[in-house]
Design a binder for this molecule. Structure first.
Ligand code: DP6
Length: 356
């Protein structure tokens, strides 16, 4: 399969206007995507849990227009927003070969998140996948998409933000070609189809908001720093090996092994940042305090709780549904003190985007 597969045919529709609406969740990577080539092609495979509560809801109204430019407005949480426009302009430019109607309509993009904007939670995965799904829905209304809707939506979402291609479906999505998952692709995310052990059913993710500020280094810049990084090739190989190991663990239900792989991935991601040139640190002192508390709690109680990190200071606390009461109590009594204003978000693994 190549990019050409995703080129939609010229359309012939006299639809003047319409409205579509989708909700798309965020996702949390277990094996991390860090490093990419041109056209958002990942340097290594990744796999993520799709979340259910943290999501973006996007409604796109479209109406026929004259002229040959891209024309759109963005309304974020009820207020006209100029700041998001350049990212969407770039997205439109990238996806134009696949969406032949983009210059023929004016789009009003109304979007909001279920999580607070300034929470340090990346909204690019949920935001870009929600927008990609709305554009796919319009393509469907115009009569140019008949099959492989999710795959095409994931392909488009990837061109907006790499991790967004893993938000269309759930509960586990793999992106990036690898030998472990036979239908994997660099072009889109695929649902992890193997039978997953019941230990992972309704897996919990409580996101501890350690730092809600703007990150000093964006993911896009961070990915670029993997070019010429002294440990890049070893890291990309390691991701393949970790994915092969995690594949076994997801089927066997071995939570101790799960924790080893997931925590090692999180720390390796941040180790890559610390060993880039220029180097940077996104963890905060409280990130480390929380990690140490989790290790101590596990040691003392035999709990299977673990952590992972995104490209930021917040900590995702992952644990089995069966331990929910115990771990939530631990979070409230021992970890909330390290969160900014005591804020945290309770989420659970989910099943992907929904048409509204
Ligand atoms: C650390 O998908 O945000 O969360 O493709 O430049 O938009 P762009 O980057 P992005 O990178 C996410 C990196 C990560 C790991 C992951 O989600 O796999």
């Amino acid at each position: 399969m190549t990019d050409e597969t995703f080129r939609l045919e010229a359309y012939n529709s006299n639809i003047e206007s319409g409205r579509v609406k989708w909700a798309s969740p965020s996702n949390i990577a277990l094996i991390k995507y860090w490093g990419k080539r041109e056209q958002q092609i990942p340097e290594n495979p990744s796999i993520s849990f799709t979340l259910s509560e943290c999501k973006t809801i996007t409604e796109v109204s479209f109406s026929k227009k004259e002229g040959n430019n891209f024309s759109f407005d963005v309304i974020f949480e009820g207020v006209k927003n100029e700041a998001f426009k350049p990212k969407i302009q770039t997205f439109f430019e990238r996806i134009e070969p696949y969406m032949p109607f983009l210059r023929d309509y004016h789009f009003t993009i109304e979007t909001s998140n279920t999580f607070p904007h300034s929470s340090g939670i990346a909204s690019s995965a949920s935001g870009m996948s929600a927008l990609a799904l709305c554009l796919m829905e319009i393509a469907k209304d115009l009569g140019i998409v008949e099959q492989d809707f999710n795959q095409k939506a994931s392909f488009l979402a990837r061109l907006g933000s790499g991790s967004a291609c893993r938000s269309v479906e759930g509960p586990l999505v793999v992106w990036g070609e690898n030998d472990t998952v036979s239908n994997s692709s660099n072009l889109f995310g695929v649902k992890y189809e193997a039978e997953v052990h019941s230990n992972f059913k309704n897996y919990r993710d409580t996101i501890l908001l350690v730092d809600k500020g703007e990150k000093q280094v964006s993911s896009t810049v961070g990915h670029k720093l993997m070019f010429g990084h002294p440990f890049a090739q070893e890291r990309f190989q390691q991701a393949h090996k970790n994915l092969a190991d995690l594949d076994k663990v997801l089927q066997s239900g071995d939570l101790s092994e799960f924790n080893k792989i997931v925590e090692s991935e999180a720390l390796t991601l941040h180790a890559m940042m610390m060993t880039s040139m220029p180097y940077f640190i996104l963890m905060k002192p409280n990130t480390l305090e929380i990690i140490n508390k989790i290790w101590q709690f596990r040691e003392e109680t035999g709990s299977k709780v673990c952590f992972t990190l995104d490209a930021g200071a917040n900590v995702h606390v992952l644990y089995p549904d069966a331990e929910a009461d115990k771990v939530l109590d631990f979070i409230k009594t021992q970890l909330v003190a390290y969160c900014q204003n005591g804020h945290y978000i309770c989420d659970t693994v989910g099943f992907g985007a929904e048409k509204l």
